[in-house]
Write a protein that binds this ligand. Structure first.
Ligand code: NAD
Ligand code: DAU
Length: 357
């Protein structure tokens, strides 16, 4: 049995679906079902007896302690977080609460649980903390990619909260010996990503003929990794990672935001032309830049490749084509997650960003 937190989100749901396809080991999924958590992501598991869902907060110490005592997991895979940078700028408190305090509550409960295990179970136990490359800050155009020993330099309230959680994980290993693993991953894309993030937002807006809001000049660079590649890396780290270590995970696919948006437009021109034959690029609108916007992220993945034999398998162009096709075929999913709350967020976030650049 493993305990997964945040399994109703984008990456957690991909992880759970693949996990139960690949093994018979049961899972318990603890998820608060915030605006980003969608039980429908796991509809395929509704009648699967290996899947257990618990609606609750990782910051609820009593609940987490009870779940660990009840299920006695051999590992915790910790995805639950507030994950959107723009939301952390307008509302940072939820990020401190879940990403920092919630992670600390989980670590404390994991430590108490780990201490009850017999020597064999104790040696096998793992706490896998899923983190981000954003903790390392921003790179210049010709800087070398982030290695695991790059200094921590978080620039947004989101990355500051993830950096704090990474530090607590490190401290619980160093101080108490808890067998922790940390992963720092680049930008994920793929099916079921909530349309507040760049790629699904652009697909969603383009399909409705709405403006495609590019922050600033759109020359910021991200490294894109298909979510299934990320999940494969997490399974490798869980199986073969060294306790106390951290592993960088990347897609070997650095792209400027504007190039990504252009690629989406070109695909949609072929797959779903706009009425009247207007090209989708005509919807691109440069808006005010994100405050403190990181210029470039890039991952040096040589440690995980060398030590665990993992490398990304899905090329960006293939992955993007599959992702766009998934959104076209799953409009009902998009409708189900773009409720009133979503529309309120879009109105609040984008109305203030008058056209610029
Ligand atoms: P997401 O926002 O799609 O999902 C987050 C999930 O956590 C949701 O199901 C939500 O309901 C749940 N949750 C939030 N607060 C909770 C709480 N207090 N208790 C229990 N559940 C709670 O996030 P994602 O994009 O799937 O990211 C998952 C993890 O991976 C995060 O820790 C994020 O920092 C990290 N990460 C994400 C990316 C990316 O590109 N999306 C890249 C690197 C790392
Ligand atoms: O690098 C890993 C991180 O990637 C994860 O830790 C975060 O959880 C995840 O949200 C993501 O952060 P980013 O800020 O890079 O992702 P986002 O999709 O929000 O933005 C990607 C880039 O696109 C970024 O440079 C900002 C830009 N952007 C984004 C939006 C939503 C736009 O130009 N317009 C937009 O409307």
């Amino acid at each position: 049995m493993i305990l997964v937190t945040g399994g109703c989100g984008f990456i957690g749901s991909a992880f759970l679906l693949e996990w139960l396809q690949g093994a018979d080991e049961p899972v318990v999924n603890l998820d608060l079902l915030t605006y980003a958590g969608h039980p429908g992501n796991l509809a395929a598991l509704a009648h699967d007896t290996r899947y257990n869902f618990v609606h609750g907060d990782i910051g609820d110490a009593e609940l987490v302690g009870r779940l660990l005592a009840q299920y006695k997991p051999r590992a915790i895979v910790h995805f639950a977080a507030e994950s959107h940078v723009d939301r952390s700028i307008s509302g940072p408190m939820a990020f401190a609460q879940t990403n920092v305090v919630g992670t600390l509550v989980l670590l404390d409960a994991a430590l108490a649980h780990w201490r009850t295990l017999d020597p064999q179970a104790s040696a096998a136990f793992r706490f896998l903390h899923v983190s981000t490359d954003e903790v390392f800050g921003s790179l210049g155009p010709s800087d070398p990619a982030f290695t695991e020993s790059h200094r921590y330099e978080p620039n947004s309230p989101y990355s500051a909260s993830k950096a704090a959680s990474d530090h607590f994980v490190r401290a619980y290993h160093h101080t108490h010996g808890l067998p922790t693993l940390t992963t720092n991953c680049s930008n994920n894309y793929g099916p079921r990503q909530f349309p507040e993030k760049l790629i699904p937002l652009m697909i969603h807006n383009a399909l409705q003929g709405k403006p495609l809001p590019v922050y600033g000049d759109g020359q910021q660079i991200r490294d894109w990794l298909h979510v299934n590649d990320h999940c494969a890396a997490l399974r490798a780290v869980l199986q073969r990672g060294q306790p106390g270590e951290s592993y960088n995970i990347g897609g070997r696919s650095e792209r400027a935001n504007l190039a990504v948006v252009h690629a989406i437009c070109t695909s949609l021109d072929a797959l779903r032309p706009l009425p009247g034959g207007q090209a989708h690029v005509s919807l691109i609108t440069h808006v005010k830049d994100r405050p403190g916007h990181d210029k470039r992220y890039a991952i040096d993945d040589s440690k995980i490749a060398r030590e665990l034999g993992w490398q990304p398998a899905i090329g960006f162009e293939d992955g993007m084509r599959q992702t766009i096709e998934w959104y076209l075929a799953n409009q009902a999913w998009v409708d189900s997650v773009t409720s009133g709350t979503y529309r309120n967020w879009v109105a609040q976030q984008y109305q203030g960003l008058a056209a610029s650049a």
